[in-house]
Design a protein around this ligand. Structure first.
Ligand SMILES: [Mn+2]
Length: 340
């Protein structure tokens, strides 16, 4: 079984691993950093399998993550963790002592890490290189090696890479299937659908940027925006690209767009009818950070202090904070940012 992060780098890494003949597409699952511990717990209880690859995935709660992995290992499951997120080195040591294989390098995308490890076992190298570019550009980790691979493509292939990224990968299995199979059938069949989605998304992104511009507030080098949860990652990375901004904070408690509001209302109504408990925890607010100096340790420490979780990459990370603690949490974060 492969469990990968549900973003382009995660899907692309998983795809490269599949091209190397590790596992098959049916056994691919994806997860977020919030969901992974729940998923591992379910696997522990209900499923039998022998081998597990965890790809491009750390957990917001790393203590529980380590515990879950050890439990799975004690069940005799062969576990390989391939990741590029910063993780406490002593945690990696604990996992290695338990017999879990850890392949970690925080200087490249996970796709590049998987590519370098398995490329000798891959026959369809061109497909692996295509995925490699999707993953690396998706995570904005374009190393000189990735640049060389991009330069080796014909321009229509580069166009395909960006179309994949812009279209937004909503289903990893579909995405990988389209690259493994459909692209071979006839290029246009693959690209037509993809281009349509990418073009629509491109227009929509401009609308979203306008909205972010309207909602954002800056104090000095810090830009803050309250926006609907789904767009916090995009909002933060858009804001950090603006001139004179050193820190971008996107808080997931802002107004949703009209369509989402109807959807949320319907879901609430449905939950009420079938008396189901509401999914997720509405009392927890998600926040996304981007910066020009490393902040992941700071975010992780302050999140813990306010009974939340936080972490990720040096310049791009996130946090989940109880709603009641949000204001004091943000105040402290901004105070600390001003010192950096
Ligand atoms: Mn990644």
């Amino acid at each position: 079984m492969i469990i990968c992060h549900n973003d382009p780098d995660g899907f692309a890494s998983a795809g490269i691993l599949l091209l190397a003949g590790k596992d098959n597409l049916d056994d691919l699952r994806y997860s977020t950093v919030r969901f992974v511990n729940k998923l591992l717990k379910t696997l522990l209880k209900h499923e039998n399998f022998e081998k597990l690859y965890l790809i491009d995935l750390n957990a917001d709660d790393s203590d529980t993550y380590v515990q879950n992995l050890i439990k799975l290992r004690n069940r005799g499951i062969d576990i390989t963790l391939i990741d590029h997120h910063p993780f406490p080195p002593d945690y990696d040591e604990i996992l290695r002592d338990e017999g879990i294989t850890i392949i970690r390098d925080t200087s490249v995308s996970c796709s590049e890490l998987v590519f370098n490890h398995f490329i000798n076992e891959i026959e369809e190298k061109r497909k692996a290189e295509f995925l490699l570019c999707v993953g690396a550009i998706g995570d904005r980790l374009v190393t000189p090696f990735i640049q060389k691979v991009i330069n080796s493509f014909r321009r229509e292939e580069i166009f395909d890479v960006y179309a994949c990224l812009l279209a937004g990968i909503t289903d990893g299995k579909n995405f990988l299937y389209s690259i493994f199979e459909e692209k071979d059938k006839d290029g246009v069949g693959f690209t037509k659908k993809l281009y349509y989605r990418a073009a629509k998304k491109r227009f929509w992104i401009e609308k979203l940027k306008t909205k972010i511009n309207l909602l954002q507030e800056s104090t000095g080098e810090i830009s803050v925006v309250h926006i609907f949860q789904r767009y916090i990652g995009f909002a933060a990375s858009y804001l950090i690209d603006q001139e004179n901004i050193k820190f971008a904070i996107a808080i997931g408690d802002g107004p949703s767009d009209f369509r989402n509001r109807i959807f949320m209302y319907l879901q609430k109504f449905l939950n009420y009818i079938i008396r189901r408990k509401e999914k997720g925890n509405p009392d927890v607010i998600r926040i996304s950070f981007r910066s020009k100096v490393p902040i992941n340790n700071l975010i992780s420490n302050i999140s813990k202090k306010y009974n939340g979780f936080g972490g990720g990459h040096k310049y791009a990370c996130g946090a989940s904070i109880p709603q009641k603690q949000l204001i004091p949490f943000l105040k402290e974060i901004i105070r600390e940012f001003k010192k950096l």
